[in-house]
Design a protein around this ligand. Structure first.
Ligand code: HEC
Length: 161
């Protein structure tokens, strides 16, 4: 009697839990870390240098040291992302503010048409990489010595980044 009732229930449970697993794993295969899929199927953590490449080629058009085009802070080094913001005495950090302005796409700032070359919004995969790095707590995973992909002191970057 008991097993006759339990069997359809077990079947239902298997179907439901299978659907939950599929739903949970939707994010795994959608990981945008090119060529970096992990053995366990989970998304790979984002290294500082992957985030830095985007900061270097996009944000540093204005967030130089000293900052240009009205930007309030430099974003030249890992330490710059860990600095207190908005004041030296603040408990909040620059990287936490980056989470807001990258999440709502108010940065990179595209509203100043005098900035040359024109500033383009982050591509969706760049935004996703930055938000993943920030969600991890903006660590310096992989080390802080990153190549300078875009050297703004030599003029605007050209070619593929
Ligand atoms: C075209 C120049 C320019 C670019 C490119 C740019 N910013 Fe900004 N950024 C600004 C200006 C101007 C402000 C000041 C905005 C204000 O006070 O309303 C600012 C402010 C900020 C702030 C402080 C928060 C705030 O709203 O004042 C953060 C954090 C920031 N930018 C991050 C970034 C990041 C990250 C990128 C690259 C993804 C980026 N910015 C690209 C010009 C720029």
């Amino acid at each position: 009697m008991l097993s006759a009732q339990a069997t359809p229930f077990r079947f239902l449970f298997a179907v439901v839990s299978g659907a939950v697993l599929v739903a949970l794993c939707g994010g795994c295969s959608a990981s945008k870390n090119d060529g970096m899929s992990g053995g366990d199927g989970g998304p790979e953590p984002v290294k500082w240098c992957e985030a830095y490449k985007i900061i270097n080629c996009t944000c540093q058009q204005c967030h130089q040291m000293p900052p240009l085009n009205g930007a309030p802070i430099p974003l030249m080094t890992y330490a710059d992302t860990q600095a207190p913001f908005p004041r030296a005495t603040s408990t909040g950090k620059v990287w936490q503010e980056m989470q807001t302005v990258i999440g709502n796409r108010s940065m990179p700032y595209t509203g100043d048409k005098t900035v040359v070359p024109p500033v383009m919004p982050l591509m969706d995969d760049q935004q996703a990489t930055m938000l993943a790095w920030l969600a991890q707590g903006a660590t310096d995973l992989g080390g802080q010595s990153c190549p300078m992909t875009c050297d703004w002191s030599k003029g605007p970057p050209t070619g593929s980044q």
